[in-house]
Design a binder for this molecule. Structure first.
Ligand code: HEC
Length: 152
């Protein structure tokens, strides 16, 4: 093979490698953005529930149900937004490497949280609200403690 042809093939290989890295970064970035948005939505709905718990707003079963639905849906969406290769991207992520080394347990933590959010949807009595919120809050904390770097 001629030297120039080898050089050309090498160059093409380099270009292809760079392109695939860029693509991986784009995929990672997209997933990071989407899961952070989903988590933000969860956080907002959680604040609504927190305000009821602190008696800043009165208990309202409809509001509780709607907030719990939002949380359950977003948790369901977020669970699929941690593909391999999304441990880094063009935006900062607080996801820990354990998410991918321990993926089965990570998914279980999502299921536990989603189940708690679904259970919260059938809370109609104020007396049941506190315990339901406690269970949900614990599920968030369990996962964050293991799989999320704290935001300083
Ligand atoms: C199974 C794991 C898991 C569960 C359950 C979970 N989270 Fe998260 N959460 C994460 C991870 C991982 C991140 C970091 C995502 C990133 O930075 O890429 C995160 C990030 C967040 C953020 C920050 C979003 C941002 O803009 O950076 C908020 C707010 C949040 N979670 C709220 C909650 C609340 C409230 C619950 C419970 C109702 C909850 N999460 C349940 C794993 C979880």
């Amino acid at each position: 093979m001629k030297d120039s042809k080898i050089r050309m093939l090498t160059l093409l290989a380099v270009v292809a490698a760079v392109a695939s890295i860029t693509l991986a970064a784009a995929t990672g970035t997209q997933a990071i953005k989407e899961r952070q948005e989903a988590m933000e939505g969860i956080g907002t709905a959680m604040k609504t529930l927190g305000a009821i718990a602190k008696q800043q707003t009165p208990f309202d079963a409809d509001v509780v149900k709607a907030s719990a639905e939002t949380i359950a849906n977003h948790l369901n969406t977020a669970a699929d937004l941690f593909p391999e290769g999304s441990d880094a991207g063009d935006v900062e992520t607080w996801a820990k490497a354990e998410i991918w080394s321990d993926h089965e347990n990570f998914r279980k933590d999502f299921e536990t949280a989603e189940a708690a959010a679904v259970a919260m949807q059938s809370v109609t009595e104020e007396a049941a609200f506190g315990p339901a919120l406690g269970a949900l809050g614990n599920a968030c904390k369990t996962c964050h403690d293991t799989y999320r770097r704290p935001k300083q």
